[in-house]
Write a protein that binds this ligand. Sequence first.
Ligand SMILES: C[S@@+](CC[C@H](N)C(=O)[O-])C[C@H]1O[C@@H](n2cnc3c(N)ncnc32)[C@H](O)[C@@H]1O
Length: 273
Amino acid sequence: MTIQETDFAFVRDLVSSRSGIVLEAGKEYLVEARLAPVARDAGLAGIPQLVTQLRSQPSGALTTRVVEAMTTNETSFFRDAHPFESLRTHIIPTLLERNRASRAITIWSAACSTGQEPYTIAMTLKEHFPVLDGWKVRIVCTDLAQHVLDRARQGRYRQLEVNRGLPAAYLTRYFVRQGLDWEVIPALKEWTEFRTLNLIGDWGPMPRFDVVFLRNVLIYFDVETKKKIFARVRQQMSRDGWLFLGSAETTLNIDESFRRVSADRGHAYQNAA
Ligand SMILES: C[S@@+](CC[C@H](N)C(=O)[O-])C[C@H]1O[C@@H](n2cnc3c(N)ncnc32)[C@H](O)[C@@H]1O
C-alpha cells in the first residue's frame, strides 16, 4: 500500500496543528505503518477511508487516536545517565540548601512517555537523599498521549523494559513483582502526579519548577515551535532552575535567554537573565 499524496498532506497538517510534530516528505512509510492499525481498529478498510472519516469529523476521537499514533514514545530508565548524575552530585545538594525554608522540590518531566524518566528521577532522589522523606517532593509528569500516561501512572513494566537501563539493585528496592511484570513501589508513586498536557496547547495552572526535564520531544518540532515552548518553559522555571534537554537538542541559536551550564559530565540550561 502506498499512501496518496493528498492523504499524506492531510495527515501531516492535522498532526502538525494538533501536536507540533513535523512529518517531512519521506515519512510516508511511517504514517502508513502507524495508521494502518488505527484504521483496522476503527473497522475501516484502509488509510483512504480513515482520512475520509477524519475530514468529516476533525474533532472526533479518531483524530486524537491518529495524533497519538504518530507520537514516538521511545524511552528507558536512566536514559543518557548524566542528567541523573547531575541531580545527585550537584542539583539536589544545591536545592537542599536553597529551598531549606520551604522544604519543597518541584520537578517537571514534560513528555514523560510511559514514566521511566520520572521514576528514574524519583529513584535517584530516594536512593541518595533520605532527608527528602521529610520534604514536599513533587514530580509533575505530563504527556500529550493518554495511552502512555495511563501506563506511566500505573507504573507497571515488562521484564524487557526493566532490563533496559535499570540497575538490578534498584529493581529489587523500588519494584514489586506483579505476575510477569514489575510495579513501582508506592513510596515512589506518591511523589509523582500525572496529567495530560500538550506542549503547544493550553498548559493550565502549573507550579514553578526547580528542574525541568524536556527531553527527546523537541526534535519532532520546527524552530518556531521550539522557540515558543522555550519561552513558556523559562517562565515556568524557578530562579536559577535547571532545564535538561535530550542529547540531540539544544537552546543554542533558538533561545538566547538560556545559557548552557556544565552539570557534571553533561550540561543543562539556565535562565541567563
Ligand atoms: C521519545 S518520547 C521521550 C520520553 C522521555 N522524555 C525520554 O527522553 O525518554 C517523546 C514523548 O513526547 C510526547 N509528545 C509529542 N508531542 C507532544 C506535545 N505536543 N506535547 C506533549 N508531549 C508530546 C510523545 O507522546 C512521547 O511520549
